[in-house]
Ligand binder design. Structure first.
Ligand SMILES: C[S@@+](CC[C@H](N)C(=O)[O-])C[C@H]1O[C@@H](n2cnc3c(N)ncnc32)[C@H](O)[C@@H]1O
Length: 340
């Protein structure tokens, strides 16, 4: 499953004057105030936004760092960097295309030994989901691609052709938590014997045929999600080795931060959150700022439904010379009321 992402980090030449490909970004940054409170960026400091996306968090950070500070922004997706560049015009920002698991290498290339803070807002942006040709969603028929870096690695269609029935079932179960993973894998293998699965609508329809419908309309308390959602999530995670990249980032992070530096990670499903939680519990490397994840309040969720599943965790790289926490181990910033 793991595919090697060769270091391909380079400063983008779109020095903030290129036209964004799709006009204004659509993505709304989640938990913006909470991220700023957790990271507490100060004028003149150096920060990394490891997942620039549409540039919303990057802009907030860079504004706080001011003209004497510097924000280093990374993303695997060159299209997102070009989109964000227009938002970051005039701010002290260096944009790099690369996987955030290459962060130590990226910093070394820029001559930076350690930074004051790192943000990673995991997953994909609304702009990527809305771009049908990327193959992340199934509203329209599009090639099953799903790569964050359009020049790197196997597409979802290639993965669906290569994996055995057993491997497909495991992937859909592990990354999608899909109860009907075996049935879906069997159907994929039967279908590809006749002709390979190439498009998002082909796959979505195949999955829908494998998952039983709810017994009657309105029987589910919550609005049911499309049955294909979990399989699409599983494939996206596998195509981009998202959990592997997160684990490698978590290992490398403490060395990228100066003592007293802060890290904030936003995850969108339990597979990610569990890894972040476990890493931050290691007291030899981290001082937790959030024993429980910070979640969006009702107002934010009403404005931005995607924020519903966002979980923010933050931690400090311990500084032997200072103790920045209060007695109960928390810094004094407001925690949003947890959603019920
Ligand atoms: C949720 S969006 C970030 C949104 C951003 N915080 C904002 O305010 O607009 C996640 C971004 O992370 C990028 N990404 C995901 N995994 C990555 C990785 N391993 N390395 C670098 N970028 C990654 C995606 O391409 C996407 O643009």
């Amino acid at each position: 499953m793991l595919h090697l992402v060769l270091p391909r980090v380079y400063p983008l030449t779109c020095t903030m004057n290129s036209q964004p490909p799709g006009g204004e970004p659509r993505h709304l940054s989640v938990l913006p105030a909470e991220v700023m409170a957790a990271l507490d960026p100060q004028p003149g400091q150096v920060f990394v936004d490891a997942t620039v996306g549409a540039g919303g968090h990057s802009r907030l950070l860079a504004e706080r760092l001011g003209p004497t500070g510097r924000l280093i922004g990374m993303d695997r997706d060159a299209t997102m960097l070009a989109l964000a560049a227009s938002r970051l015009e005039g701010l002290p920002v260096t944009l790099l295309q690369g996987n955030f698991d290459e962060l130590p290498d990226a910093l070394a290339r820029l001559g930076v030994t350690a930074v004051d803070g790192v943000l990673a807002d995991l997953g994909v942006c609304s702009d990527q989901l809305d771009a049908a040709e990327r193959g992340f969603s199934f509203g329209q028929s599009a090639p099953l691609d799903m790569r964050l870096d359009a020049d790197d690695g196997e597409t979802a269609a290639q993965l669906l052709r290569r994996l055995s029935e057993r491997e497909l079932a495991d992937l859909i179960w592990t990354y999608g938590e899909e109860r009907f993973s075996r049935r879906i894998a069997r159907r994929i293998v039967e279908t590809r014997r006749a002709s390979p699965l190439e498009t998002t609508d082909q796959l979505a329809e195949l999955v829908r045929r494998c998952v039983p419908r709810p017994p009657r309309k309105g029987a589910w308390k919550k609005a049911p999600i499309d049955p294909a959602t979990r399989t699409f999530q599983a494939l996206r995670i596998a195509v981009n080795d998202e959990l592997g990249a997160l684990e490698r980032l978590l290992v490398a992070l403490p060395e990228c931060l100066r003592p007293g530096g802060r890290a904030a990670l936003i995850s969108f499903h339990s597979l990610e959150d569990r890894r972040v939680k476990q890493a931050f519990r290691d007291r030899t490397r981290w001082q937790e700022l959030t024993r429980k994840p910070v979640q969006a309040g009702e107002e934010e969720v009403a404005r931005n439904p995607r924020a519903r599943s966002a979980k923010l965790r933050a931690a400090i790289r311990p500084d032997p010379r200072a103790n920045e926490t209060t007695q109960d181990g928390h810094v004094g910033w407001r925690r949003s009321r947890p959603r019920t």
